[in-house]
Write a protein of this length. Structure first.
Length: 71
């Protein structure tokens, strides 16, 4: 799904995947900031932590896919 919908490789080891993932996360953050009217750092942190299912401190491709689908 990620490859067809977002042109984002599903292979976590792909060198381009990290750059694409960072771009997608930036977009998610912008949309959250817009939805919360430009503030609410705590809300962003909570949402991020809610989707970091393996509690690694970073989001995997699968976690980002889930986040985007739910947003």
């Amino acid at each position: 799904m990620m490859e067809s919908a977002w042109q984002c490789p599903e292979d976590d080891d792909d060198k381009n995947a990290e750059q694409t993932l960072n771009h997608l996360l930036s977009e998610v953050k912008k949309r959250l900031m817009t939805a919360t009217r430009g503030g609410e750092e705590a809300l962003i942190k909570k949402v991020y932590n809610d989707f970091d299912l393996n509690e690694s401190g970073s989001l995997t491709m699968d976690e980002v896919t889930t986040m985007i689908a739910k947003l």
